[in-house]
Write a protein of this length. Structure first.
Length: 106
């Protein structure tokens, strides 16, 4: 059984026991339980994509860790003008472990 969930404007395919990196959830602390909204649930043979049924299904996950991603270097350069700019960025992530995917009501 797996589900497609939405978190931070992105979609992730998750199953029970998976650890997934999502954009930082600033309100959650390590050990807290979070709910993720569901877009699709696949349970063996049955695929549930009806938005009315999925509105009641929330995937439960536990916050494992907060950390920074890999550094991205941004370089701007214009030829013959002496214009050079260097900038770096490290995205903040939250690692969550999926604990429960409720079955869709039939």
């Amino acid at each position: 059984m797996y589900a497609i969930v939405r978190s931070g404007g992105r979609q992730h395919k998750v199953a029970v026991g998976d650890i997934v990196e999502v954009d930082k959830i600033s309100t959650a602390k390590v050990g807290d339980t979070v709910e993720l909204s569901t877009l699709l649930v696949v349970d063996g043979e049955a695929v549930t994509s009806d938005p009315w049924v999925l509105a009641g299904i929330k995937v439960q996950a536990e916050v494992v860790d907060h950390h920074k991603g890999q550094k991205i270097d941004i370089l701007r350069y214009k030829n013959k003008t002496g214009y050079r700019r260097r900038q770096g960025h490290r995205q903040q992530y939250t690692a969550i472990k999926v604990t429960e995917i409720p079955a869709a009501a039939k």
